[in-house]
Ligand binder design. Sequence first.
Ligand code: SAM
Length: 262
Amino acid sequence: MPGAETFLASADAYDRHVGRYGAPLARALIGFAGVEPGMSALDVGCGPGALARELAGVVGEAGVTAVDPSPPFARACAARLPRARVLVAPAEELPFADGAFDTTLSQLVVNFMRDARAGVREMARVTRPGGVVASCVWDYAGGMTLLRAFWDAARDVDPAAAALDEGVVMPFCGEGELEAPWRDAGLCEVRSGALVARASYRDFEDLWAPVPAGVGPSGAYCAALAEGRRAALRDAFRRRLDVADGPFELRARAWAVAGTAV
Ligand SMILES: C[S@@+](CC[C@H](N)C(=O)[O-])C[C@H]1O[C@@H](n2cnc3c(N)ncnc32)[C@H](O)[C@@H]1O
């Protein structure tokens, strides 16, 4: 999926952009998956570690293994969780034995995988029979307020941005669409749901500052614009968000899926 290469940027910029929603979303995903203390848990596509950190809060840091193909993100995750095992690897080639984990999760990753069906098959393979494999992907087309407003603003300024709109181009981002790769991977008792996370901002500048750093497809689009176009995008984004001066909160919805390994 185009966009995966944009995660070679700084973990700090990621945390201040979309990563701001990571911890509350991870808590919702962990609850959805039914992760419990004492389990061994794998986080696939860990990024700088939002989900891995929340998993450590439930199963203990030593119970967490995390992988990401981006070396800077894997390094950031390892620095944040020194007792966890963190490796550089893609979902499609997980360097673990069959049934190695009690549960395998991934947050906001399946849509970026080079071969999502192979990645989910690998997640199922490394999970013990009876263990849960769960993921979530943003509702880019609607309920992810930040990114929906960003792409609506980009299209206001430049109609050609429609070809890059994540609400249009991202696979598996509609309600229930993650169920097909889960069933294809042989997972059973497949179920879907909606997860909601919220993020707080000091003001619009707090929201905008990390965007031109180039993280994620939205950041990469913004970073590639000439200065005048970028200023127009910034103004249109603010109009689309319809936020006043001062603090505000945004709501983001993700579609989740879970299934049981056999
Ligand atoms: C939107 S970020 C999500 C990071 C983290 N899970 C979180 O919730 O903050 C997407 C992540 O997927 C990773 N990624 C891209 N392609 C991947 C693949 N084929 N297998 C595993 N992870 C991948 C990226 O490097 C990036 O860290």
